[in-house]
Design a binder for this molecule. Structure first.
Ligand SMILES: [Zn+2]
Length: 112
């Protein structure tokens, strides 16, 4: 999860949601319309507990990665490099899901 900071006044001040639905910089007053937020294909945006604009991995793809890396982990030989790499990738996917939960994003349905 990454805060989106204002590039117009040094890049340190995160944009915060305003009552009018725009995001604003408290330092210089620059405004961003949510429709103008550009994301790469695997990201979504949200608002954290401090009302700041945050970008994080799409929980749908993070969930898919979680399943994929768990399957890899179970297939890898015990104590192998592949097993360690799969576990590490699983932890990153889990961290991305936790970020989404903290931002209030609804997680995908679990398959039984
Ligand atoms: Zn600014």
């Amino acid at each position: 999860m990454n805060h989106v900071s204002c590039p117009h006044c040094g890049g340190l001040t995160p944009y915060r949601i305003r009552p009018d639905g725009l995001f604003g910089c408290d330092e210089c007053g620059n405004l961003v319309d949510p429709r103008d937020i550009s994301l790469d294909g695997n990201e979504v945006w949200g608002v954290d507990a401090e009302c700041a604009l945050v970008v994080f991995a799409d929980p749908v793809t993070a969930f898919e990665r979680l399943h994929e890396y768990l399957a890899d982990f179970l297939d890898d030989p015990a104590d192998s490099y592949g097993e360690a790499a799969s576990l590490n990738a699983f932890e990153w996917a889990a961290a991305d899901l936790i970020d989404a939960i903290h931002a209030g994003i609804q997680l995908p349905e679990m398959e039984n």
